[in-house]
Design a protein around this ligand. Structure first.
Ligand SMILES: C[S@@+](CC[C@H](N)C(=O)[O-])C[C@H]1O[C@@H](n2cnc3c(N)ncnc32)[C@H](O)[C@@H]1O
Length: 270
């Protein structure tokens, strides 16, 4: 019989702060390729101002600082005050000056026409789909005329993971993906940006392939997500434990594979 004690662990339903603090370096490494390509589309240079909306622990904002110096400005906004504190501490230890503020992407604490570039990554899947148009409109509002607006988000329902019982694996992948308020947010980004008034909107797809469980766990907090579902009796503990044990076996044998699909939508404020 599989050990199901993990399902009763305090891990169930970990907070955003705990999730993001768990593996910050691994997360940045796993996302680095997609980030490098999407950030290049912002066309950042010295003297520019850039907003990262939903800046989390601040990694991306910190990495943007050198691109806008000398004379530029990077601002991060996040709903979570504790994450803003962490981001400020990370910026201080990196020796960069970034304004991290507590704020809501649905009502950004800025005047209109303030930033040369506005970006938001992996935030729209946290929003109710009904709130997404308002958040997209806010991103466009705070951009300067001619400024770039970019949203990057996954489609969690396209996540694929190897499993011997393929139907069960697929069902579990769908169940943990549905924990997000808006699991398919990535699919809708282009339409949202156009509806918010952005021009020249282009949508791109960024597949990521994970051949080790550790790398996949950096982007998906799988244990915690499954424990959360088991604790709420959405999925069966025994079957889930078998699925997890198999993932670990596959990882050891070198036959683990997972893919995540991310979309970016990039446009310009007319
Ligand atoms: C998955 S994390 C992504 C963080 C960061 N953008 C990254 O790519 O690493 C989602 C972040 O969105 C923030 N968030 C969720 N809802 C928000 C809202 N309404 N306004 C601002 N931030 C929000 C959360 O606090 C969290 O830091």
């Amino acid at each position: 019989m599989n050990d199901t004690s993990w399902a009763r662990s305090g891990d169930a339903g970990r907070s955003d702060v705990e999730r993001q603090a768990a593996r910050p370096g691994a997360l940045a490494a796993a996302l680095s390729e997609t980030r490098a390509k999407t950030v290049a589309e912002l066309g950042l240079g010295p003297g520019m101002s850039v907003l990262d909306a939903g800046s989390g622990a601040g990694e991306l904002a910190i990495s943007l600082a050198s691109r806008v110096q000398p004379g530029g400005r990077v601002v991060g906004v996040d709903l979570n005050a504790e994450l803003c504190d962490r981001a400020r501490a990370a910026a201080a230890s990196a020796g960069v000056n970034i304004d991290f503020r507590v704020g809501d992407i649905r009502e950004l604490p800025f005047d209109g026409d303030e930033f040369d570039a506005v970006r938001s990554e992996r935030v729209f899947h946290c929003l109710d789909p009904a709130e997404a148009p308002c958040a997209a409109a806010e991103l466009v509002r705070v951009a300067k005329r001619g400024g770039i607006v970019q949203i990057v988000d996954p489609d969690h329902l396209q996540t694929a993971i190897t499993a011997t019982d393929r139907e069960r694996g697929r069902l579990l992948a769908e169940q943990f993906s549905r924990i997000s308020k808006n699991p398919e947010s990535g699919l809708y980004l282009g339409g949202l940006l156009r509806a918010a008034g952005a021009a020249d909107v282009s949508v791109e797809l960024w597949p990521s392939m994970f051949t080790s469980l550790e790398a996949f766990l950096a982007v998906r907090d799988l244990w915690s997500e499954l424990a959360y579902l088991v604790a709420r009796r959405v999925v069966d503990a025994e079957q889930t434990a078998a699925f997890m044990a198999e993932l670990e076996d596959r990882d050891r044998e070198g036959s683990f594979l997972a893919t995540v699909i991310t979309y970016s939508a990039t446009g310009r404020k007319p």
